[in-house]
Design a protein around this ligand. Structure first.
Ligand code: NAD
Length: 505
């Protein structure tokens, strides 16, 4: 598709549909500088949750493709064509890459929406710019980071430098396919590594398209490869590979644990994991603006159909305002009704696939059988479209021991839990295997800081939900993972520290 001016995106459903009809889907792997089918010719169907249509058949990569990609990545790394390039020159290439992503914004947004069901308005205004921004911010940083000199005796010099780690495999999920990829590939490439990206089998299209833009930007052959396929085939092959130096992952906690095992069974590759969450959103009666708090609590569970690792899926509300707050949330959720994902007015799109929809419906049933009170939603809707849609759903009267409060559903299902004191709220919030994010709403500065300090979570938001940008690290405590994406801290994952010691004769 030809380049589009971002300000000239289609204004309505018909316009986006017309653009979608012109799309030609790249469906092959990108390996050693060229698109090619899987070595054994295998493909898998890429089905749109928007209407159940098969979009294309995508290369289903396997062990042989992983071997070829790792060999190409290693050769490129060893050649120094990228790994030894001056940071300023890598920066220039990555800035071009970011510009190309912006220039192809409509096309990339369409790929995300058709592939995994999110509203086009969000794909265009969130996913595309956040992807470009992640690459641009990281590129701009890379020629401004310095090494260190140790505090040595006068006749010695201790140089502490960062070196690229080598071949990086990045395995990413389907909920924000491009953003999750960008959080990995931007710092990996900026620091000089060679990268193999494995997108989720549920959302491969934008990743394979990005490969062509990376090539056009000037990333050398072999430095960036994209292998679509399944976790148990090509994902596992990369994770067990003896010549992959570093494995970075975003996805579920179960798979994250498996990847640690694979690393131990193979070459002890570095493993960095961003995993699941069950984030508490704590609202005190003295929250500065209850209406705003309710609007953000609604968006915290309905944005991206609740398929968000930081979804505010446990809403802890001080009992004195619980009834009032639930009616405010129900009112706020009227702006989050499911609609056609290609209609720019839609805020809540389709669920990624049938298995995920079944899982959400199953959890709604579990909530009811556990004795929670269904106060909003709970139904599959728009079935006549052939797409996969579910209403944002709210349960009241939840206790933290119920499965709907302790297990990650990854859909628009909110559990409301009452509390009396700050101590009780913190105890409930921290009673989770996860520790990705949390929020606290209060006008009392002491309560805000006391609670924020006590929360065991990688991100804590005060009087808002889901803040942050590329300047702040993102990642989890406990079984939400290790290491951090974004900010300069992300470079820690992709570099080895070297101490070079010189004794002056
Ligand atoms: P998933 O764990 O099922 O899959 C993630 C990726 O791992 C996919 O590419 C998949 O093919 C691959 N994979 C699966 N099994 C594998 C194996 N045995 N070996 C190697 N690779 C394998 O997760 P998902 O369903 O794609 O995404 C949803 C999960 O991602 C949720 O748990 C969510 O919380 C988490 N998530 C976390 C963050 C974060 O930053 N912490 C962000 C987004 C999503």
């Amino acid at each position: 598709m030809t380049q589009t001016n971002p300000s000239a995106s289609p204004a309505d459903l018909a316009g986006w549909q017309a653009l979608a009809n012109q799309l030609v889907f790249e469906n092959r792997a990108y390996l050693n500088g060229a698109y090619r089918p899987a070595t054994d010719g295998e493909t898998f169907p890429c089905v749109s949750p928007v209407d159940g249509r098969e979009l294309t058949q995508v290369a289903s990569c396997n062990q042989a493709d992983a071997d070829l990609a790792v060999a190409a990545a290693r050769e490129a790394f060893d050649s120094g064509v990228w790994s030894r390039l001056a940071p300023t020159r890598r920066k220039a290439v990555l800035l071009r890459f970011a510009d190309l992503i912006d220039a192809h914004g409509d096309e990339l947004a369409l790929l995300e929406t058709l592939d995994m069901g999110k509203p086009i308005a969000h794909a265009r205004s969130v996913d595309v710019p956040a992807t470009a921004r992640a690459i641009r911010w990281t590129a701009e940083a890379i020629d401004k980071v310095y090494g260190e000199l140790a505090a040595t005796p006068h006749d010695q010099i201790g140089m502490i430098s960062r070196e690229p780690i080598g071949v990086v495999a990045a395995i990413v999920p389907w909920n924000f396919p491009m953003i999750m990829a960008a959080w990995k590939i931007a710092p990996a490439l900026a620091t000089g590594n060679s990268v193999i990206l494995k997108p989720s089998e549920k959302s491969p299209l934008s990743a394979v398209r990005l490969a062509a833009l990376a090539q056009e930007a000037g990333i050398p052959t072999g430095v960036f490869n994209v292998l679509p396929g399944f976790g148990h085939t090509v994902g596992k092959a990369l994770a067990l590979h003896m010549d992959v130096d570093c494995l970075v992952f975003t996805g579920s906690t179960n798979v994250a644990k498996q990847l640690m095992i694979y690393a131990g069974q193979s070459n002890m590759k570095r493993v960095w994991l961003e995993a699941g969450g069950k984030s508490p959103n704590i609202v005190f009666a003295d929250a500065p603006d209850l209406k705003k708090a309710a609007a953000e609590a609604a968006s915290a569970i309905a944005f991206n159909q609740g398929e968000v690792c930081t979804a505010g899926s446990r809403l802890l509300v001080e009992n004195s305002i619980r009834t009032e707050f639930i009616s405010l949330i129900r009112e706020a959720l009227t702006t989050w009704r499911p609609g056609h994902p290609l209609d720019p007015r839609t805020t809540c799109g389709a669920i990624v696939d049938q298995a995920q929809l079944d899982r959400i419906i199953e959890y709604i049933g579990i909530g009811q059988s556990e004795g929670a009170t269904l106060v909003e939603g709970g139904q599959r809707v728009m079935q006549d479209t052939g797409g996969l849609f579910v209403q944002p759903t709210v349960f009241d009267g939840v206790n933290n021991g119920m499965r709907i409060a302790s297990e990650e559903i990854f859909g628009p299902v909110l559990s409301v839990i009452g509390f009396e004191t700050a101590e009780e709220a913190v105890a409930i919030a921290n009673d989770s295997i996860y520790g990705l994010a949390a929020a606290v709403w209060t006008s009392n500065i002491n309560t805000a800081h006391k609670v924020a300090k006590a929360l065991r979570a990688g991100s804590v938001w005060i009087n808002h939900y889901d803040g942050g940008d590329m300047t702040a690290p993102f990642g989890g405590f406990k079984q939400s993972g290790n290491g951090r994406d974004k900010s300069l801290h992300a470079f820690d994952k992709y570099t080895e520290l070297k101490a070079t010691w010189l004794v002056i004769e």
